[in-house]
Design a protein around this ligand. Sequence first.
Ligand SMILES: [Zn+2]
Length: 236
Amino acid sequence: MELILTCNIQKHYGLQYLFIKKIKLILYLHHSPIWIQKILPSFIWKKRHAQKVVHLTFDDGPIPEVTPWVLNVLKTYNAKATFFCVGENIKKHPQIYTQIISESHIVGNHTYNHLKGIQTSDAIYLSNIQQCAETMARYAKVETPLLFRPPYGRLKFSQAKKIRELNYEIVLWDVLSGDFDKKLSKEKCLKASLKHTKSGSIVVFHDNIKSFETLQYVLPLYLKTLTEKGYKFESL
Ligand SMILES: [Zn+2]
């Protein structure tokens, strides 16, 4: 979970002005705090399962350098996952997109251009989601719930409301692997991902270039460890 705290401070000391325009603190946590999940109940953070089931998600593909590798690893462990795809990548690599579906994974919408909701007008954001949806439908008709994940895990409440009106479920996560973080060692990424995963967890990985080095180390070991503990991996 990424938290963004932004505040404006303007103070007046006699003739002196202290003006700090913005203090921005950005941090991400491997585990989305329960209180955030509780105050934002209309987002999907995790699922409830009586059995040991984990929901892996892969954001930002499909791309030839990473996605086929992910599909192969998933196949080894008989794992099904959910891929939040970027529309322009689907257009560039439709055969990988259809491979994801033919191997019984689920696909979701991650906007056409991987837009940051908070920096984008509602109209442009919604039309970008629609453009992604049209691209998805052009290459494969899938009978699944409409799933949307906002890039960077951030969007405006007004956008979330409009997306829900289009019958999308907005899927966030309770476990963020941190595979994209160049400052995090791959060993720590694996350890933190395993530590926070519980039955029903929705876990974020990325099938993008930036994360690939870490993902190649983490994903097989993550799947192996949890499989040995009796977990199954299902799509959303
Ligand atoms: Zn993304």
